[in-house]
Design a protein around this ligand. Structure first.
Ligand code: NZQ
Ligand code: ZN
Length: 387
C-alpha cells in the first residue's frame, strides 16, 4: 500500500429535504451567493424556488447565472467570474449535476485570479485560492459534489480539460435522492456508468496489498450494478435512488484510491469524444471502458479474473484465468447492453473520420493511464475497436 494524505472537508447532508439546509449552510460562508444552475430542470421541478426561499430565510442575497450545458463551457465560466466580481458574491452555490458543479468550481478558481482561468486547466498556472463552493446535487454521476476536480470545455479548439486541487472540494453537499426521481432514463444510465467507471479506474492498479480498497471498490461496483436496473424500472424507487446517489459520491470522493494509484486512461480517451462530439460523458465511458479492458487485459490477467469473479459473479477457473477474465468483460458488456447503454461509435452517433485527431489530442501532455500508459497508437487502437 502507498503512503497517502486524504483530506475531504465536504460536509454532507443526505436524505429527504436535504436541500432545505442550503440557507443555513451558505450563511456560514458568505452574505451574498451566486446561484448557478443548468438548462431548466431545476426551474421545472420547483427546486430553484425552494433554494431561493431557503437563502432568503437565512438572510442571504443572491445573484443568479443559469444556462450551464452538459460538458460545461469556458465562456460561461468567464461570464460567472465577471458577475461574481461585479456583485461581490462570496460563495457559489451549484444546483445541478457535474456540469453545473464543475462550472461553479471554474468560477471559484477564476474570481481571485488575475489571469485567464484556463491557465489552470492548461497546467500553465497553479491556483493559490478559490471562492467556496456549495452543492445541491440533482444527478448522481460525476461525484463532483465532493471531488477536488473541475472539468471544463474550451470552445477554442474544443479542448476538454480538468484541474484537480484540494481547494476545489465543495464545502457542503446536500444530497436528496428524491430530487433524482425526475431524471430522464438516459441521464440515470449515463450517471450510473460514470460512477461505475470511477471505481473501475481505481480498481485497475499496479499497487499490491490494497485489500481494503479492493473490497470497498467491489462493494461499490456491485451496488451500482444492482441498483441501476431497479431505478430504471421504477424511477421513484427511493431505496434504489439513494443507493445510487451515495455510491456516486463514494466512488469519487477519493477514499477508494487511498494507498493506490488508479489508471484514468479511459476517462482521458472519453473526454476527447465528449469534447468534439458533445456525447454525454457516461455514454462515452460505456463504450470506451470494455474496449480498454480488452486492450490491456494481458497486463494483469489475475486482476481481471478477480474482477470477473468478485464483481461480475463469474466462476473462477484457476486453470484458465484469462477465460475467467474474459467472461467478466463479457458480463460487463451484457450489463451495459441490458441497461440500454451504447457500446459502439455508431450507437454514440460519432463518425470515424476524426479518430486520429482525438488520439493525438489525448496524448498531447504525454501517455494516458497509469495502470498501462498508452501512447497515440494504442489510444487509436482502442478508438478503432469501437467501430
Ligand atoms: O441542465 P438541466 O436542465 O438541469 O438538465 C440536466 C442535464 O441536461 C439533467 N438533469 C440533472 N439533474 C436532473 C436533470 N434532469 C431532470 N431531473 C434532474 N434531477 O441532466 C443532464 C446532465 O447533467 P450533467 O450535470 O451534465 O451530468 P453529470 O453529473 O453526469 O456531469 C457530467 C459532467 O461532469 C464531468 C463530465 O466530464 C461532464 O462534463 N465530470 C466531472 C468530474 C469531477 N468534477 O470530478 C469527474 C467525472 O469523471 C466527469 O468527468
Ligand atoms: Zn467520470
Amino acid at each position: 500500500m502507498r503512503d497517502f494524505t486524504y483530506e475531504n472537508p465536504t460536509k454532507i447532508v443526505f436524505g429527504r429535504g436535504a436541500e432545505l439546509a442550503a440557507g443555513a449552510e451558505a450563511a456560514r460562508l458568505a452574505k451574498k451567493v451566486l446561484l448557478h444552475y443548468g438548462g431548466g430542470s431545476v426551474k421545472r421541478s420547483g427546486l430553484l424556488d425552494r433554494i431561493r426561499g431557503s437563502l432568503e430565510e437565512a438572510g442571504l442575497t443572491a445573484v443568479e447565472l443559469g444556462g450551464v450545458q452538459p460538458n460545461p463551457r469556458l465562456s460561461l465560466v468567464e461570464e460567472g467570474i465577471a458577475l461574481c466580481r461585479r456583485e461581490s458574491a462570496g460563495l457559489i452555490l451549484a444546483v445541478g449535476g457535474g456540469s453545473v458543479i464543475d462550472s461553479a468550481k471554474g468560477i471559484a478558481l477564476g474570481v481571485p485570479y488575475d489571469g485567464p482561468v484556463w491557465n489552470f486547466y492548461d497546467e500553465t498556472a497553479v491556483p493559490e485560492k478559490a471562492l467556496p463552493v456549495g452543492v445541491v446535487l440533482t444527478i448522481p454521476a460525476a461525484g463532483s459534489e465532493t471531488s477536488p476536480t473541475s472539468v471544463v470545455t474550451n470552445e477554442k479548439g474544443w479542448y476538454k480539460r480538468s484541474y484537480k486541487g484540494t481547494i476545489l472540494r465543495p464545502r457542503f453537499a446536500l444530497l436528496n435522492p428524491e430530487l433524482t426521481f425526475s431524471l430522464p432514463a438516459d441521464q440515470t444510465r449515463y450517471g450510473a456508468m460514470d460512477m461505475l467507471a470511477h471505481v473501475l479506474e481505481r480498481y485497475f492498479t499496479n499497487d499490491r496489498d490494497v485489500e481494503l480498497t479492493d473490497r470497498l471498490c467491489e462493494a461499490t461496483m456491485k451496488t451500482i450494478l444492482a441498483n441501476l436496473p431497479r431505478a430504471l424500472a421504477k424511477p421513484d424507487d427511493y431505496a434504489a435512488r439513494a443507493e445510487l446517489m451515495w455510491s456516486a459520491t463514494n466512488a469519487h470522493s477519493g477514499i477508494l484510491d487511498t494507498g493506490r494509484l488508479g489508471d484514468w486512461g479511459s476517462h482521458k480517451i472519453e473526454h476527447e469524444l465528449s469534447a468534439i462530439y458533445d456525447v454525454p460523458h457516461g455514454a462515452g465511458l460505456a463504450a470506451v471502458f470494455p474496449a480498454w479492458m480488452r486492450f490491456v487485459l494481458s497486463h494483469d490477467v489475475p486482476r481481471f479474473a478477480q474482477f470477473a469473479h468478485r464483481v461480475m459473479d463469474a466462476d473462477m477457473n484457476p486453470f484458465d484465468l484469462e477465460d475467467t477474465a474474459l467472461e467478466g468483460i463479457r458480463r460487463l458488456e451484457a450489463w451495459i447492453r441490458a441497461c440500454g447503454l451504447p457500446l459502439t461509435l455508431t450507437e454514440l452517433g460519432v463518425p470515424t473520420d476524426r479518430l486520429e485527431e482525438m488520439a493525438a489530442k489525448a496524448v498531447e501532455k504525454g501517455p494516458v493511464g497509469a495502470f498501462v500508459p498508452l501512447g497515440k497508437d494504442e489510444v487509436l487502437a482502442i478508438l478503432n475497436a469501437l467501430r
